[in-house]
Design a protein around this ligand. Structure first.
Ligand SMILES: [Fe+2]
Length: 167
């Protein structure tokens, strides 16, 4: 599915998922990153993981990371300060949490909500400049793989550049 909010990448995740699941089970030095807790992932995964390699050839990737939103948390409505668009993939499975985009309507309302219902093992081009929020209602933390591109480009431009990789 493609929209102004997100676009599904065709090539599925491969070895990165078991690696991230292994990491999640360790005691990790999480650092705060714009309200998220984050740990960097080694750049070598750009070459090892086919989908990332394909993306990197078209628009080079700067770095990779794993983000955590604690259980029973709400990450408030925002647009990102330093990112125009990125690639995201949900690592958590069977999880009671939601990633939503919406239009700011008034002081109390965001309307026209659209959920990014992450498919398993699936990367998405994500528009960080549209209002989005995450609610984690689960008893477990929520883990998301994400990245930065070397050049910050608007979502629409990246969507065109990556069109052959998008479902
Ligand atoms: Fe964000």
């Amino acid at each position: 599915m493609t929209s102004n909010y997100f676009s599904e990448i065709r090539t599925k995740a491969n070895e990165l998922i078991p690696f991230l699941e292994f990491l999640i089970d360790l005691e990790l030095p999480w650092k705060e990153h714009f309200g998220f807790e984050m740990i960097p992932i080694e750049d070598c995964w750009i070459e090892k993981e086919t989908a990332l390699q394909e993306i990197d050839r078209i628009n080079p990737i700067k770095h990779l990371g794993l983000l955590k939103i604690p259980k029973k948390s709400f990450y408030n409505w925002h647009v990102d300060d330093f990112r125009q668009a990125c690639i995201n993939m949900l690592v958590s499975k069977d999880h009671h949490s939601y990633s939503v985009f919406g239009k700011h309507k008034s002081k109390y309302y965001y309307n026209d909500l659209t959920e990014l219902n992450y498919k398993p093992l699936t990367y998405y081009l994500f528009n960080n400049q549209e209002n989005h929020a995450v609610i984690n209602l689960d008893d477990k933390d929520r883990y998301l793989f994400s990245l930065y591109f070397k050049d910050e480009l608007p979502y629409g431009i990246l969507q065109k550049k990556l069109k052959d990789l998008i479902v």
